[in-house]
Design a protein around this ligand. Structure first.
Ligand code: PLP
Length: 354
């Protein structure tokens, strides 16, 4: 039986997706060829990427609303620079909620003036700043919807007239939002969608008119939108697995359904963190992420015993990020509720034995 996989990324994918993906590597569509050895311009693969792009927009309720979905390479980290390269003409506003936002800020500074509208660095990013204003004369506002490392999540987004760019790497397709409020959304596949190697970019077509300088072809969004995400060889395997995950999600009932499951999982774990006297949460309760829950053990002498116990219970990937310490349970879409129950059972057992 498979382990309970709480890995923060690359992360758990649905069993049925892994099964189909492994079959396609050997024999794709019963055509006696592998998915990864056929031309990316062949009809079977064109069908795959077209389906993946369409499903991404459908899940976000953005189909026929003037948006284009792309599957690019270079990870979400390349989007830090690509967004600024294309759209930062003079000045941009950034909300700093953690390591990933900070990295985006660092790249953007290469292209123009930055206004950090707010930062939670003063408390090691354990909360989401709320009272800040976005200047009206900036080219765009950039934020990170879910802070994978710290376990905080934006529950609402500021109302603003400037274009909004959002790094949704670790909570895309996990909860319902009005996605039409965003001009550009990006997400590395390996948190909630597929294997590492592709990054979903969803861009409002009108926003493409705001590309502000001459950008080399590979880094120019227009290159990719004009070539239907096939300017060069796309990462065929990650795109295929992403398509399978998006199909899996659709069959389950889409974001509406999975959001309910995700909330149940998060409620179950946070309730135990709050109830069990041996544990405590790390971040501001109202900003807790439903994807990544961070917590600590109160008595460090119990740490080794707890670590042995959860490993014994076939739990994987619970160690906190090195910059935060403690524990981090990542509960992405494909993690079943019974895996969270298995973790909660171990926490209760530690309390009984302590
Ligand atoms: C993991 C992560 C990234 C970095 O993604 P790469 O694909 O490794 O470049 C960026 N932003 C967030 C929110 C992440 O969770």
């Amino acid at each position: 039986m498979k382990k309970h996989n709480f890995s923060a990324g690359p992360c758990i994918l649905p069993e049925s997706v892994l099964q189909k993906a492994s079959e396609a590597v050997v024999n794709f569509n019963n055509d006696d060829l592998s998915l990864i050895e056929i031309s990316h311009r062949s009809q079977p693969f064109v069908d795959v990427i077209e389906k993946a792009r369409a499903l991404a927009l459908e899940h976000l309720n953005l189909q026929d609303k003037g948006y284009t979905a792309l599957f690019l390479q270079g990870g979400a980290s390349s989007q830090f620079l690509m967004t600024a390269y294309n759209f930062l003409d003079k000045k941009a506003a950034y909300l700093n909620t953690g390591t990933w936002s900070s990295k985006a800020i660092k790249e953007a500074k290469l292209f123009g003036e930055l206004v950090e509208v707010a930062s939670s660095e003063d408390k090691n990013f354990t909360y989401i700043p709320k009272d800040y204003t976005i200047p009206s004369d900036v080219d765009y506002f950039h934020c990170t919807s879910n802070n994978t490392i710290y376990g905080t999540q934006m529950k609402s987004f500021p109302e603003t007239d400037v274009p909004v760019i959002c790094d949704m790497s670790s909570d895309i397709f996990s909860r319902q939002l009005d996605f039409s409020k965003f001009d550009l959304i990006y997400a590395g596949a390996q948190k909630n969608m597929g294997p590492a190697g592709t990054t979903l970019v969803v861009i409002k077509d009108e926003f493409l008119d705001k590309i502000c300088r001459e950008v080399p072809s590979m880094l120019n969004y227009k290159t990719h939108t004009s070539k239907d995400s096939m300017f060069n060889t796309p990462p065929v395997f990650p795109v295929y697995v992403s398509m399978l995950t998006l199909e899996w999600l659709k069959d389950l009932g889409g974001i509406d359904f999975i959001e309910g499951v995700n909330q149940k999982k998060a409620d179950l774990l946070y309730a135990e963190i709050d109830r069990n006297p041996l544990f405590k949460g790390i971040v501001n309760p109202e900003d807790r992420s439903i994807m990544n829950a961070t917590f600590e053990i109160e008595n460090s002498e119990l740490k080794n015993r707890f670590d042995e116990m959860w490993k014994e219970a076939r739990i994987n990937g619970l160690a906190g990020h090195r910059s935060v310490g403690g524990y981090r349970a990542s509960m992405y879409n494909a993690l079943p509720l019974y895996s969270v129950q298995a973790l909660v059972d171990v926490m209760k057992e530690l309390e009984r034995k302590a």
